[in-house]
Design a protein. Sequence first.
Length: 634
Amino acid sequence: MAASMKSVLAENVREKVSSSKILVVGAGGIGCELLKNLVLTGFVDIETIDLDTIDVSNLNRQFLFRKEHVGKSKAQVAKESALRFNPDAKIIAYHDSVMSTDYGIEFFQKFDVVMNALDNRAARNHVNRMCLAADRPLIESGTAGYLGQVTVIKKGVTECYECIPKPRQKTFPGCTIRNTPSEPIHCVVWAKHLFNQLFGEEDPDQDVSPDTADPELTAEAGQTALESEAKENVTGGIERKSTKSWAQDIDYNPEKLFHKMFRDDIKYLLSMSALWKKRRPPIPLDWNDLPNTVDGVEVQDTIRDQTQWSIQQCADVFAKSLNNLKQDLAKQGDDGMLVWDKDDDAAMDFVASAANIRAHIFGIAVKTRFDIKSMAGNIIPAIATTNAIIAGLIVMEGLKILSGNLEQCKAVYLNRQPNPRKKLLVPCALDKPNPKCYVCAPKHEVNVIINTKKMTVKQLEEKVLKVGLGMVAPDVIIDGRGTILISSEEGETEENNDKLLSDFGIQNMTILQCDDFLQNYNLNVIVVHRDKLEDDQEYVIVGDVSELQAKIEAETNDKTTEENTNGASNEPGPSNIEIEEDDLMIIDNEEIEQITYSKKRKIDDDIEGTPTAKKMRLSSDNVKNDDDDAVIIE
């Protein structure tokens, strides 16, 4: 097969193919198809890296894997399977994270082309920066259901992956999750937090108890609730201690846990009367008196994941999963903890049952286990044929690069259905680098809006620098003073972690010099202090100063307009937006929650009959493509 493929390639291309060295990052849905395509095309010097092991849920689309491979390294098994197509190929497999310090600039410089088949934004950001630092062409790819895309990134020639900011992962205010849920997803998030409180690493930000700091509560109402004798009666006089400690003391008794979470805490919420003036109040449940029907109809026997459980069934599943998780936790030892996994039956049953019980209490529609798994695991169904098409396009763009025809490379989008010109695949010209990009532009500078009196140094490192700005091991110095705020050397600045930024004199317009040695990346972070951020966000990243000024002016104008119209908003809502399903551009499929529009992209004139394409970017830090290379790129 490889020989026949070689025969259709021009001689100069065949030589390039046989002598080139390729790095494939990711050995999942796209990665499996890609490795097979590469060896059949005649590529013989390939290295692949993937951190994951094979799960049963992978087998329906990652065809290099079989049932006997479950639990083994994806990269290693993919290598062994791909070699059967072409035993002459030389494939090196790494069961590791591409973000490890073992894979620096020198590692990336070994390759002629890097091909991404990833499923998360953090790794994509990192590979993007490594390829820019090593000056190596990168082919990005991704899929989300029937949608897919491929694009080429070359330093100084095209947009980089981070040239156009992606919408931030959607989050929900803590008071909504803990006090006033109104959507199924709120209950799912609460149930996952409860799992962590009972079995995992305790996080104060994930407390599931009623929130007395809810901004809807007046000081008087909140204080009344706190001081109420009813609280003592409601909670049964339980001494304040961590949820996990209390659960261990009662040996994870399902009835006592049920009454604490779904009766006593709900009664306490009802004592906060200000919350229920304009809402349907929640209804506490009793373990011994639960409905065994769904909307008054007996539950029908269907596939378990597709069955809508009654609340009695949810309670039964809740009890059984608690017992199973308690046993799993005991196996971990005294200081052990569990990590929630959508593919762990007990963990998934716990979240599905707890989420539905809470939803019922608040008058929210209950969901099937399948629906809750999709929400809790941020899943978009993965389609094998989509992966196959995208993998084929990656190789085609790779052949153009190796032939020295970078100018012929395109960003290609796979649509769910043909556009008016009967085309499923829409090729678009590659955009030039964004001059305001803080990653690939000559000037690396970004504004970050934060409250310096509330944010700690550790939060700056973990949430802003690593998550928001994609760094791996940042070193941070306060500009003009030389004070080392954060060091990548373990333990060197550990005493700074819990201190506030304001403790170091960091205030409005302070510049932080950030350096990531692994990524060969330097960035000046200009701190913009705000006492309060919109929607209670912890931070907001804004491009350059002019962009920030425009944002401030826009906020001021919006506020003035709102005041002048007595609160009426002329902001276009979703109903005002026409969404073309043509020429979709997916961005990172970990979350298809928000829709934003970017500039129009002109298609090359030599593509007959193709109109100017409007790119619609779908956010994606929440939607995981069944741990496939979901997330479509950019």
